[in-house]
Design a protein around this ligand. Structure first.
Ligand code: NI
Ligand code: MN
Length: 226
């Protein structure tokens, strides 16, 4: 499967012939000006929570591609009221889709939609098929609930964790998160987009290296085969 970084927490993943777009905030992000929304062609758009830096382009992308939005009940209802397609979930639930199984897991964070509507509880996604399993944490602190993931999901091949601090866990805590989820291959997100979350890349990479783990920081627009 191929994962492409689109800046902040936005990714597109080619998974079993489907394009899964995560937390698209591309057009408002000056760092992601090289990314054109037209190239993304999502079948599904997965939203961890309702904050603007995760949903800014969701409506446009869903409309243009007739994509299905997967998120919590409150967020999906909000998009359905705009005439878009959605599949509602809530924390702890899993569901088999045509591309694979999705489990919507706990995150410790807040959530609100761009117009101030209630955004339900923030979550993350664990996604798997017979061969691969990965975790997209969304915005979250380090939380003991992460220890449940290896108990209730297949073994993780990699995980996408926030590392920018201030609004989420920083990279030091993310090393503990990687321990909790029993995963040594981490792709960082939610850093550098604005002042509060600018990080020292080398320090972050070293922090993981010293713990015997790998932190991958993709350039915006870069892809990795996983
Ligand atoms: Ni947030
Ligand atoms: Mn955020």
């Amino acid at each position: 499967m191929k994962l492409t970084y689109l800046g902040q927490s936005a990714f597109v993943m080619e998974f079993n012939g489907y394009n899964l777009v995560f937390d698209p905030m591309i057009t408002p992000n000056p760092l992601a000006s090289s990314i054109s929304l037209d190239t993304l062609k999502p079948n599904y758009i997965l939203l961890s929570h309702g904050h603007e830096d995760h949903v800014a382009d969701a409506e446009l992308l869903a409309k243009a591609n007739n994509a299905t939005i997967i998120s919590n009940y409150e967020i999906v209802s909000w998009y359905e009221s705009k005439g878009l397609k959605g599949h509602p979930m809530n924390i702890g639930g899993k569901r088999k889709f045509d591309f694979g199984t999705v489990k919507y897991v706990a995150a410790t964070h807040s959530s609100m939609l761009p117009d101030g509507s209630y955004g339900g509880a923030s979550g993350g996604f664990v996604i798997w098929d017979e061969k691969k399993c990965f975790y997209f944490a969304g915005d979250t602190s380090l939380t003991y609930d992460m220890k449940l993931i290896p108990m209730i999901c297949p073994a993780l091949d990699f995980a996408i964790l926030p590392i920018g601090d201030n609004f989420t866990m920083g990279y030091e805590d993310a090393v503990y998160a990687a321990d909790f989820i029993q995963c040594d291959k981490i792709i960082g997100c939610h850093y550098d987009t604005f002042g509060y979350i600018k990080i020292d890349h080398q320090a972050a990479i070293n922090e993981f290296k010293n713990a015997g783990k790998e932190l991958i920081l993709l350039n915006i627009g870069a892809s990795i085969e996983l």
